[in-house]
Design a protein around this ligand. Sequence first.
Ligand SMILES: Cc1ncc(COP(=O)(O)O)c(C=O)c1O
Length: 410
Amino acid sequence: MLNDDFDTGLNPETFAPETLAVHAAIRPDPHTNAIAPNIVMSVNHSFLPNEGAFSAQGMEDISDSPFLYAGWTNPTVRLLEQRLAILEQAEDGLATASGMAAITAVFMSLLKAGDHLVISDVCYAAVYEFATQVLPQYGIEVTAVDTSCIKSVQNALRPSTKLVHIETPCNPLLRLTNIQEVSLLLKNSGILLSADSTFSTPVITRPLALGADLVIHSLTKFINGHGDVLGGCVLGSKALISKLRSVAGVYFGASLSAQSAWLIMRGMETIYPRMKTLCESAQTIAEWLENHPKVLRVLYPGLASHQQFSLAKQQMTFFGGIIAFQVEDIELIEQRFAHESRMFYYAYSIGHQRSLAVVLKTEDLDKSTYRFSPEQKAKFSREAGKGVVRLSVGLESPTDLIRDLSHLLR
Ligand SMILES: Cc1ncc(COP(=O)(O)O)c(C=O)c1O
């Protein structure tokens, strides 16, 4: 069987995304009529001598050849990639062992010594650390700027710039980047735009439709949605994805396992109702927090007080499940969330069916990750104060979540 023999099923142009999330690329098994997809656990696939390939070198796209070895790709993982591509309306996709593996795949496949990367100055900590502390060791120059400001992006560009990487909304400040504006700035420059859309998912924003070249997700978060699998993906044109597949998939060995791919596919089928429910709850909670006397500031794109509320309405269909807020006594609130909450698990990750909360202190983020200049620190502190409580709203009733928050913020 050829790697790309899957029937991609329904036509994305004639069916609603909610329908595609459930049905696209799914066909009953021809031997058993089973409706749920099979898991193919085999690491090896037999082949005829003239069909195999000893190396990814010189192959146009390894997904056009027969399945050979699960490190290259596997039928269950390939099905997930095709279903993700249908949801983002991308030509192709690469699934990886984690969101970080997807991002490092993009950086290491598209950049070489002497190239320059522009990255958002606030983004997921490991991405920021990898870009600013590891990439320079390989001769790649990196500039971190506030990508929500188009002038800052423009000023950061150099003749050697090859990639602009944005995260929108960004973790943990929920700042947005105007994807269309940045893509127009980069048009005809040969500079690629990658967008980490983990906080949005395809339900909320479609970065490729807005001009990004690549969209990245940590599948660990909302797309799987159940907090039980690590995974990541990159989606974009077939030409770009095939470049990533041979470097990142084959050489870095960050392949997703078939079992993880199957679980992510199962979680992903309910992404529309899950996102709708938790975004509506997050909106209710953000509005409630904004009126709470102990809360100094709420950062949530669905509030009129968000500094990019008009962009949020333009670029997002819902406003997401993540809320960050400042309180006067962050130490006390941290202890209460950790020891007294009945609804929010005190944990770092996001995007699960169960609500999660964590305190992210500005001082700690500065030391471990951002290493701010005085001006950067002042800017970060204007949004985050001494730190924020970051909530990842789950699928519980918002009434129960608010009752818990009311107790914690007493
Ligand atoms: C926005 C964003 N991108 C990427 C990642 C990394 O994903 P993973 O934990 O699957 O490696 C995270 C993790 O929290 C994240 O928040």
